[in-house]
Design a protein around this ligand. Structure first.
Ligand code: HEM
Length: 449
């Protein structure tokens, strides 16, 4: 770890002038990714801005990102945006810190190793087939909704062993409400404490109670039945070195975290992949040829995936242009140095995949959708933190194997049977929140191949 508080230059990194009270709040705007891109292009590898009382840096040089996420990781915690979700994620892996986080990460890691994750492949393929059984040529769908329902069903089955659609609808609806209310809270310059009975807090607390009730039911059922192959069973059986296991409260926090962190992100990868494919018929054709050659109409097994390099390239490229997590942030817990500037305790350093994934130094014509760029080993040649859809360092996504396998299985299972035409009047735009959904959904018409 580099030594704390070495200041080689005075003052803040360069950045745009802001107003006295809000700082740069007005400039950030709803399409905050554009602001980040402007900031990096105008002010260089480390830029500074302010939102109200929060001082933020944007680090866009891969070495600086490495310093924050790897070298000095112990001097930072998750930033205020991640902490906003503590009421729902509790002390789960995404929001916990320090020794507690490390103990939990060690406990959960084995459940996400490649071999364990591969055992979920049949569930993924079967549930994708079940979705296709409800589709027909001419049907109008919102692709974002379809893929989100599918990845939610996969998450509930692999996490809790659940098949019941009623359970799924109950948890999805309450969670959506919680999520919307917390996201709106994140955008507020001032946040009332949750215990104050404001109308929004009352709604939020009610929705939270609902979600907890549903998940507690899943946990009680999980404890009562013989050990299954689902992640909850694995978590119930897991023991720390001292022989203790997780409490019900901790199981609930981890289960909610895995459900929330896992399914929407993968659904967005699929939604944006299909959007890009619908705009590039020649690429889609090449992809379908790969599936015909390797799979001849059947769903892939994990051992097929290495024989589908173009499928992997399409997924990589979709996550380059539309990273489901487009920014991550850390708050300094001590004064320290970054890029020759002082990061004071309480400052936030942001790192944006949207920005780095569009760096023309590493990606020729960065706005062009070109899966070909990933063939011939680009991923291995790129320096660290040029392309990092799953983050990096000790807090790297625990579910990356799960997500990549799920995306490849669904893309090929669905794409061998159906193609999509975007609705002619569809307006496609992004809506940067914690993740990057399409602002107005992804309306499309289905056509059987
Ligand atoms: C395409 C899909 C996914 C993307 C793009 C994604 C992205 C990320 C990123 C960028 C982080 C790091 C955040 C940070 O450093 O602040 C992260 C962490 C995490 N992700 Fe994912 N994720 C995906 C799928 C999944 C899946 C499928 C699961 C679980 C089944 C999952 C569970 C988690 C957890 C638990 C963490 C926190 C890890 C820790 O701090 O120890 N993610 N993810």
């Amino acid at each position: 770890m580099s030594k704390a508080v070495i200041v080689s230059r005075h003052g803040l990194p360069p950045g745009p002038k802001g107003s006295l009270i809000g700082g740069n709040l007005g400039q950030v705007g709803p399409r905050r990714v554009d602001f980040f891109l402007d900031l990096a292009r105008t002010y260089g590898p480390l830029a500074s801005f302010r939102i109200g009382r929060w001082r933020l840096f944007l680090a866009s040089d891969p070495d600086l990102i490495h310093q924050v996420l790897v070298t000095d990781a112990k001097c930072y915690i998750k930033h205020f945006g991640a902490r906003t979700f503590k009421p729902v994620l509790g002390n789960g892996l995404v929001t916990s810190e320090g020794d507690f986080w490390l103990r939990q990460r060690r406990l959960l890691q084995p459940a996400f190793l490649k071999a364990q994750v591969q055992s979920y492949a049949p569930v993924m393929a079967n549930l994708a087939e079940a979705m296709l059984a409800k589709w027909h040529t001419g049907k109008s769908v919102n692709l974002e909704f379809e893929f989100s329902s599918l990845t939610s069903a996969i998450a509930l089955k692999t996490l809790f062993g659940l098949d019941d659609q009623g359970d799924r609808e109950r948890i999805d609806e309450s969670l959506r409400q919680v999520f919307d209310l917390l996201t709106a809270r994140l955008d507020m310059p001032f946040q009332w404490p949750l215990w104050l009975p404001t109308p929004t807090n009352i709604r939020l607390n009610r929705a939270l109670t609902d979600v907890r009730h549903v998940v507690d039911g899943f946990i009680a059922a999980g404890r009562a039945r013989p050990r299954g192959s689902d992640l909850l069973s694995t978590m119930i059986a897991a023991q720390h070195d001292d022989g203790t296991g997780m409490s019900d409260q901790q199981l609930r926090d981890e289960a909610m975290t895995l459900y929330l962190a896992g399914h929407e992100t993968t659904a967005l990868t699929l939604t944006w992949s299909w959007y890009l494919l619908s705009q590039h018929p020649a690429i889609e054709k090449k992809l379908v040829e790969e599936w015909q050659r390797v799979l001849s109409g059947r769903a892939p097994t994990p051992s097929d995936l290495t024989a589908l390099p173009y499928t992997a390239a399409v997924i990589n490229e979709a996550m380059r242009l539309y990273p489901p997590v487009y920014v991550i942030g850390r708050e300094a817990t001590t004064d320290l140095e970054l890029g020759g500037y002082r990061v004071k305790r309480g400052y936030t350093v942001l790192m944006s995949q949207w920005v780095n994934h569009r760096d023309p130094k590493y990606f020729a014509e960065p706005e062009r959708f070109s899966p070909e760029r990933w063939l011939n080993g680009l991923a291995a040649r790129l320096p660290k933190f040029v392309y990092y859809p799953f983050g990096g360092g000790q807090r790297i996504c625990i579910g990356s194997h799960f997500a990549l396998m799920e995306a490849a299985i669904i893309l090929s299972t669905v794409g061998q049977k159906y193609k999509f035409t975007l609705s002619p009047d569809a307006v496609i735009d992004i809506k940067p929140q914690i993740t990057l959904p399409p602002k107005y959904g992804m309306p499309a018409t289905l056509e059987r191949r």
